[in-house]
Write a protein that binds this ligand. Structure first.
Ligand code: FMN
Length: 453
């Protein structure tokens, strides 16, 4: 995941929330609550598909068990990521990506029928979809689930996804966000039953919204993308940001930055909630949790996966390298075009990044395999510890008001939420930082968002 921007302001992690009534930003009032969502990745090594007890990534039983466990634990939302094509390297899907992922809206519509309160969040990109069509499908999910739908708006960065669509190939970053603004504007007008006559740079649309409003009015808007453009887009548009900044210091910085941007957009400081991605490795004691973390990493990343991970960044065949040996001493091949274009690992700084990795691994004495395992979980934050210490850590986040919730990617599917719901949630409830029941039946109510006019 790309790092933070230079524009961020540091709130000062050394301070304590007790130092001030408004620890992060004078305009922001912490809710004192942490909510939870579950992010079902479906692909890649964040789930240990080889671990004992691992299920099938496309089986109905996997989704059914995960979502019913989450609802038992008063989770706000069940998220599905979107990956319209598997990650590829040298023309074949990456070895550590499990193959295939069901369509998010089809799956969420089915899950709506076996749940009553949990929110249903479909990640859908604005770069390749069409706004009228997508607006109608999301509104249908909102109606069928009686006001529990949300859209996680992403712009999708890589060329291989583009190759699946008429539009084709790679779309530049700035252009993607310009497109996203117009797309969301059209979708919202469709939801509001307006006649849309849009003649923009990207498309022409003449359409009318004809479906009735759901009980929450229209789907909740999540957004994931943390460049300055992505942040400003969220500040203007979103109800919730799905961020990769889960450690306390970065969560504080990010909150401060988003509050500034939200105020600049003419919205209140609390109008955009923040849910970082997270992985929870829990046990009865801290020491047991550390042991479990090592074991989970072994399950997630094996020797071939470690080589495949590095190949993404080096852009060349590294199969002759020993996974137990040092990182490759060759420079990466930076590909200017082709299906990998735009993907996180093909950015201009590949040279710089791989050099930094080599230095880090050498300094810490890590082999390729050990280094790849140490990178695992880097997209969100790993909360590793005893049930009590992680509960205390989250209570501290609530006191700061650094985040509004966490989006958990279970390391095990389908049983990976069991200890969160049975052990962590009650401890959070005892500390008064987690809901004991659903506040209402719509997602908007359960996130504490204001009702729409
Ligand atoms: C936490 C998080 C989750 C994301 N999930 C997805 C996803 O499921 N599908 C997808 O196509 N892109 C996803 N993205 C990537 C965005 O589509 C976007 O392309 C990328 O973050 C680049 O935008 P940025 O430069 O503003 O960060 C995600 C991004 C973040 C930060």
């Amino acid at each position: 995941m790309s790092s933070t921007t230079a524009e961020q302001t540091t709130a000062g992690a050394a301070a304590s929330p007790a130092d001030s009534a408004h620890p992060i930003h004078a305009a922001h009032t912490p809710s004192g609550t942490i909510r939870l969502g579950v992010f079902f990745q479906g692909v890649n090594s964040s789930t240990a598909w080889r671990a004992p007890g691992a299920g099938d990534q496309v089986a109905w039983e996997s989704f059914e068990r995960l979502i019913t466990t989450a609802e038992r634990g008063v989770f706000s939302a069940f998220f599905l990521g979107e990956g319209l094509r598997l990650r590829e390297h040298q023309g074949v899907p990456l070895e550590f990506d499990v193959a295939g992922r069901p369509d998010a809206q089809t799956l969420l519509a089915a899950l709506a029928s076996i749940t009553t309160d949990i929110g249903l969040v479909a990640t859908q990109n604005t770069t390749y979809n069409d706004p009228v069509d997508l607006a109608r499908r999301l509104q249908s999910l909102d109606l069928l689930s009686d006001g529990r739908a949300a859209w996680n708006i992403v712009t999708t960065d890589n060329a291989w996804t583009g190759e699946n669509f008429r539009r084709g190939g790679y779309v530049d970053h700035a252009e993607r966000y310009e497109h996203a603004e117009a797309f969301v504007d059209v979708a919202r007008r469709i939801w509001r039953g307006e006649d849309v006559d849009h003649e923009g740079r990207h498309y022409h649309v003449r359409a009318s919204g004809r479906l009735p409003r759901s009980r929450q009015g229209e789907p909740v808007l999540f957004q994931a993308g943390v460049s300055p453009q992505g942040r400003d887009f969220a500040a203007r548009t979103a109800d919730v940001i799905f961020s990769p900044f889960g450690d306390l210091e970065r969560a504080i910085d990010f909150r401060h930055d988003i509050v500034e941007r939200t105020l600049a957009a003419g919205r209140s400081a609390e109008s955009v909630q923040i849910f970082p991605g997270a992985e929870f490795i829990l046990a009865a004691t801290d020491a047991e949790a550390e042991d479990k973390l090592r074991w989970v990493r072994e399950q997630q990343v094996g020797p071939q996966q470690a080589i495949a991970l590095l190949e993404q960044y080096w852009g060349r065949d590294l199969t002759d390298y020993d996974p137990d040996g040092p990182l490759p001493d060759v420079d990466p091949l930076v590909v200017e075009s082709g299906v990998t274009r735009g993907a996180g690992f093909q950015f201009e700084k590949a040279q710089e990044l791989t050099r930094a990795w080599r230095e880090e691994a050498a300094q810490k004495g890590l082999s390729i395999l050990e280094f790849a395992r140490s990178r695992q979980g880097s997209r969100g934050s790993s909360f590793t510890g005893s049930y009590d210490s992680v509960a205390e850590q989250l209570a501290e986040y609530a006191r700061w008001g650094a985040i509004d919730g966490l989006n958990i990617t279970p390391w095990l599917v389908p049983g990976g939420l069991d200890d969160v719901v049975d052990e962590l949630v009650p401890r959070l409830q005892e500390r008064g930082v987690y809901p004991t029941e659903y506040a209402g039946t719509t997602l908007r109510e359960n996130l504490g968002l204001p009702a729409l006019a």
